[in-house]
Design a protein around this ligand. Structure first.
Ligand code: ADP
Length: 305
């Protein structure tokens, strides 16, 4: 049995359905991300798995424990990192860890040992005596993670863990998750609306207004789009889109100020489209499909709208 099994999970706030019969399973030791634009239901799903809001409909089993009936047991196995930091910035990193350890019943030598271990894991040993308010955003995130790891959870749940981090801090944070999976065998579920972040995960579940529309490795998902993607930058994308699909017969999506055209031979199409509409195109370039293209294909919606 996989460590996380979810069957037909639905949730509504009042009469508004925000998760519709979501089903998935997570394998041991994998890093899984739920990718979706704002409002797609990621945080609600995260809160249900983290036992922060009750399960309304569906069956969820975490490490063999039923989420609805055995939430106390479930909590022992999970570590939760919230979108909003939960560290006390007026305390040092070590003080934060000590207080959190006490909450989990850790004291004395055991606690000291665990604190050293998690500081070491997160490469924070030399910052243990620093006030949290003096740390950069990236280091705070890692201190947060260290705190969450004190009670040795088998599953980490993280809600938008790298929101607000710059790309380098984000990469380091994701590397530390990878390292944890390698060294401690931790399974990770995170939510994200950052496409690059989802790309680095083992598998991705794409959420769109409460529905899980696809699950797979980033490569599997991208292989659903057979050809190339050409990005056309135009001063009038909405006028140009129908002209391109009429003339070339390709699927065209508008995304912010650019058009994304799914076509067979991208390099030839770049040449042909610029020749056909020279005054309506600022630039055209082609590349391989991204998870954004997969989202657009599956939902017919723009990811950033
Ligand atoms: P995401 O994390 O993908 O942005 P959320 O789970 O936060 O999605 O929200 C999904 C939908 O549920 C949104 O339409 C949001 O406005 C709504 N929603 C979230 N929390 C509440 C709440 N406490 N009460 C009512 N509606 C909510």
């Amino acid at each position: 049995m996989r460590p996380v099994e979810v069957e037909n999970l639905s949730h509504a706030y009042g009469d508004r359905n925000v998760l519709a019969a979501v089903s998935f399973g997570i394998n041991e030791g994998e890093i899984f991300s739920f990718l979706g634009p704002n409002g797609s239901g990621k945080t609600t799903l995260f809160k249900i798995l983290a036992t922060l809001i009750p399960l309304e409909r569906g069956d969820v089993t975490l490490f063999g424990h039923n989420l609805a009936r055995e939430s106390g047991q479930v909590r022992k196995h999970i570590g939760v990192v919230f979108q909003h930091p939960s560290l006390d910035v007026k305390l040092t990193v070590a003080e934060n860890l000590r207080h959190h350890g006490h909450l989990y019943g850790l004291w004395g030598g055991d606690l000291k040992h665990r604190i050293q271990e998690v500081l070491n894991q997160q490469q924070l040993t030399d910052r243990a005596a620093d006030l949290v308010e003096t740390l950069s955003g990236g280091l705070r995130r890692r201190a947060e993670l260290a705190k969450t790891l004190l009670h040795q959870p088998k599953l980490l749940l993280l809600d938008e863990p790298s929101a607000g981090l710059d790309p380098i801090a984000r990469r380091k944070f994701l590397e530390s998750l990878d390292n944890l999976r390698e060294t401690a065998g931790v399974t990770v579920i995170l939510t994200t609306h950052i496409l690059d972040e989802a790309e680095t995960c083992d598998r991705v579940g794409i959420l769109n207004v409460g529905e899980l529309v696809a699950v797979g490795t980033p490569d599997e998902l991208k292989s659903r789009i057979s050809g190339d993607i050409v990005i056309v930058d135009s001063p009038a994308p909405n006028q140009l889109a129908p002209k391109i699909s009429r003339q070339f017969g390709y699927r065209v999506a508008t995304d912010d100020d650019v058009l994304r055209v799914e076509c067979d031979r991208g390099h030839e199409f770049v040449r042909d489209v610029v020749a056909a509409f020279p005054s309506e195109i600022r630039s055209a370039r082609f590349g391989k499909p991204t998870l954004e293209d997969v989202f657009i294909r599956l939902t017919g919606r723009n990811f950033h709208s």
